[in-house]
Design a binder for this molecule. Structure first.
Ligand code: NAP
Length: 489
């Protein structure tokens, strides 16, 4: 198959059973470009009736003898590989869609997120047919073994910060294990996943295996969670919604995995390469406008190098200027929505009123058009760990800096959060690096770097950052169940 880089229309309907269809009673909602405040399109808004249709289509492909079940795992892998090829060749097209919908720089959507989504598909295509059970010696007159079976219909619900990439983190392992998927993207950013569905059809994914149904969380999300035809829930989003969803899933006793928020510590010791650490501190909090679950939103600095590090960090932050997200040179885009920008501004006000020292940003900015939801990279220094900006996830370009005395103090302050998604440590001392990696209660610990991900490496949270892992072979756990077979000989 030859994949061309042609550009088509942006799909705005529900994708159910391999077709783009209107929602029940033609319901729609508007989606906006946060950099221009202009409407992009009206998107079909799913109802419980549409969820039911999508689940039935997905269930049909789980039946014995269906096209999807009859396909050899290797052939499923070929479809996933073709889909990854299409993403790779059309990164420009889908990247632009993501950028106008989310406000993130095209540099990120085209050159980071889309290739990462493609890599995830390539990686999990390799697992197709390799998720196996064991033969288990139990006793002489028995042949006993386990089967790793697909769990069934996966109900996925995803957030707006990495709309395509985080959806693929769920879709790729689910398909590799032979499941089908009904997925609800975030209302702010439904478009890239609809485009992805179009590519999936072109790649040869049988109708009904992937269904994309945008719509309101409280309506579509709840209908997915409640539906008896959905076998598990894979959720990425806020702790608040995750908690609600888990309680709701208890009614039908569904297996749930939750990838939730964070308040990750980025810890710089005095012996670190301070140039690298200052670059890392900026990348940790300002990449993706700070709308990153693993953002290094708490910068913990050893007292003796506090002034030196902070002068570098503040100088670099001053050079980060918001720009048109479609300009390839832009590194700071628009906050996803007015609502989210207002939340960020409220946190900035709270930092000021609680007495933290504002040393950079702290206000909205614009890109010369007078439009768009842009916020300057904001840094608070001398933050007390009890302040709101040190405890709560802001999900925007706001950094809280806290001093520490030694390793024990750094670990205690780093762990003083309900979250446990990620952390980083900057030091040249190997022993300190390993001790910190063990002591930090988080699902990912970076050493002398930040924000590096790979489809082969599991990602997920400790504590209130959730449970279950995306990426890596651990992700396969979520999408399979083990059956024990006992044959009396
Ligand atoms: P959110 O408000 O929790 O929404 C996430 C998804 O849940 C959206 O699709 C949303 O739909 C849906 N939803 C909302 N209410 C629901 C309900 N009552 N039942 C079922 N679904 C419902 O989160 P967000 O604001 O989109 O994303 C930001 C959050 O995601 C942050 O906390 C961030 O840390 C977290 N996150 C975590 C990871 C990770 O891997 N750990 C990665 C990225 C983001 P609507 O859009 O229609 O409201």
């Amino acid at each position: 198959m030859t994949v061309t880089a042609e550009k088509g229309a942006i799909p705005n309907k529900l994708f159910i059973n391999g077709e783009f269809v209107d929602a029940h009673k033609g319901a729609t909602f508007a989606t906006f470009n946060p950099a221009t405040e202009e409407k992009i399109t009206d998107v079909a808004s799913a109802s419980p009736e549409d969820v039911d249709k999508a689940v039935k289509a997905a269930r049909a492909q789980m039946e014995p003898g269906s096209e999807w079940q009859k396909m050899k795992p290797r052939d499923r892998a070929k479809v996933m590989w073709r889909l990854a090829d299409i993403l790779t060749v059309r990164a420009d097209e889908i990247g632009r869609i993501e950028t106008i919908d989310n406000g993130k720089p095209i540099f990120e959507s085209q050159f980071v997120d889309t290739p990462a989504a493609a890599e995830c598909l390539y990686y999990f295509a390799g697992w197709s047919g390799k998720v196996t059970g064991d033969t288990v010696p139990v006793q002489e007159n028995a042949f006993t073994y386990t089967l790793r079976e697909p769990i069934g219909v996966v109900g996925a619900i995803t957030p707006w910060n990495f709309p395509l990439m985080l959806a693929v983190w769920k879709i790729a392992p689910a398909l590799a294990c032979g499941n089908t998927v009904v997925i609800k993207p975030a209302s702010n950013t439904s478009l890239s996943l609809l485009k992805f569905a179009e590519y999936a059809k072109e790649a040869g994914l049988p109708a009904g295996v992937l269904n994309v149904i945008p719509g309101r969380g409280s309506v579509v999300g709840n209908a997915i969670v409640d539906h008896p035809g959905v076998d598990c829930i894979a959720f990425t989003g806020s702790a608040e919604v995750g908690r609600e969803l888990m309680a709701r899933a208890a009614k039908t006793l569904k297996k749930v995995s939750l990838e939730l928020g964070g308040k990750s510590p980025n810890i710089v010791f005095a012996d670190a390469d301070l140039d690298a650490a200052s670059r890392g501190a900026l990348n940790a909090i300002f990449y993706g406008k700070g709308e990153v679950c693993a953002a290094g939103s708490r910068l913990l600095v050893e007292e003796s190098v506090h002034d030196e590090l902070m002068s570098k960090v503040i100088e670099r932050a001053g050079k980060m200027v918001a720009g048109d997200p479609l300009n390839p040179k832009t590194r700071l885009g628009a906050i996803v929505s007015k609502e989210q920008m207002d939340t960020v501004m409220r946190y900035i006000e709270s930092g000021k009123s609680e007495g933290a020292k504002l040393v950079a940003g702290g206000e909205r900015t614009d890109i010369g058009t007078g439009k768009g939801y842009f916020v300057k990279p904001t840094i608070f220094d001398d933050v007390d760990p009890q302040m709101k900006i040190a405890r709560e996830e802001i999900f925007g370009p706001v950094l809280a800096t806290i001093r520490f005395k030694d390793l024990d103090d750094a670990i205690a302050k780093g762990n003083a959060t309900v979250y446990g998604l990620a952390a980083a440590v900057w030091t040249r001392d190997v022993s300190k690096a390993h001790r910190a990696a063990r002591a930090i209660k988080a699902g990912t610990v970076w050493e002398n770097t930040y924000n590096l991900y790979d489809p082969a490496l599991p990602f997920g949270g400790f504590k209130e950052s959730g449970f279950g892992r995306d990426q890596g072979k651990d992700a396969l756990e979520k999408y399979t169940q083990t059956k024990s077979v006992w044959i009396n000989l």
